[in-house]
Design a protein around this ligand. Structure first.
Ligand code: ADE
Ligand code: ZN
Ligand code: ZN
Length: 262
């Protein structure tokens, strides 16, 4: 799958700063699907065309973003490093960031009088933004466009800090099926109960703290402008953070979809 994905991405051209890579978003949706109630499963299937699978549409929002530039800010929020937490006025005016878009699309998803095309789109945005919200750099900024301006050398390869967290580190982890099994078995009923609580604002603050503590907190000292040299020790510290963030994203997407049919 990863090879096919890489090939497709190569055909589509570079794919910078678009949330978790295709694999990360797919993992989030697959985890959520495993936690859906029968009613929610029926609800989701009914919103998709015959033969469509939600996991294959998990990155659709990143494709439409290329031609609809006004949708770009919907995928992240720049919470300044060093601030206490996400702030609506400072970070999300006028409701044009990911923390506002998740409840907005949830409202459309819950509205059974909304037209079918609008509900399908709301579902695809929710499936995607649940993932993006949990990529730490989609809820943090250090005057660097969420790490997009930070040049990195990861194991000899030139990249950006943001891209490393979208996909570079995941590609360095166990392959997709092994990773999926690992993540799934780590999700206990107790974690489902604990993680399903809260709001997108609180979930964003968790991402923000992960960005402070790990993404930026573990960068070695470096001269400004020079690429930051990162290797196995950074990847080892990042892996458990990425695992938990993807698990939480899947659990919370399931919670959103389950509560709409209660
Ligand atoms: N562009 C500006 N800030 C960003 C962020 N935090 N994530 C993704 N793209 C961005
Ligand atoms: Zn995105
Ligand atoms: Zn991204």
């Amino acid at each position: 799958m990863r090879k096919i994905t890489a090939l497709l991405l190569a055909m589509l051209g570079a794919h910078p700063a678009f949330g978790w890579g295709v694999e990360g978003h797919q993992l989030v949706v697959r985890i959520a699907e495993g936690l859906l109630s029968p009613a929610a499963k029926t609800d989701v299937r009914g919103a998709l065309a015959p033969g469509e699978k939600l996991e294959d549409l998990a990155s659709w929002a990143d494709e439409v973003r290329r031609t609809h530039r006004e949708m770009e800010p919907w995928h992240f929020v720049d919470v300044p490093l060093g601030s206490a937490a996400f702030d609506w006025q400072r970070d999300c005016a006028p409701d044009d960031c990911i923390v506002a878009k998740i409840p907005a699309f949830e409202k459309t998803w819950q509205d059974r009088t909304a037209n079918a095309a609008a509900r399908r789109e709301a579902l695809l945005f929710l499936a995607h933004f649940a993932g993006d919200l949990h990529q730490p750099l989609h809820c943090a900024d250090n005057h660097d466009k969420g790490g997009n301006d930070v040049a990195v050398n990861f194991l000899g390869e030139a990249t950006k800090l943001h891209t490393l967290w979208d996909s570079g580190l995941i590609n360095h982890m166990p392959e997709e099926e092994a990773l999926f099994a690992m993540l799934q078995q780590a999700i206990t009923p107790q974690r489902v109960a604990e993680w399903s609580a809260g709001t997108p604002e609180q979930w964003c603050n968790e991402s923000f703290h992960a960005a402070e503590a790990t993404v930026y907190g573990l960068l070695p000292p470096h001269a400004t402008g020079a690429p930051v040299e990162l290797g196995e020790s950074y990847a080892r510290a990042a892996q458990p953070v990425i695992e938990v963030q993807i698990e939480k994203a899947g659990v919370r997407l399931a919670a959103i979809l389950n509560r709409s049919v209660r």
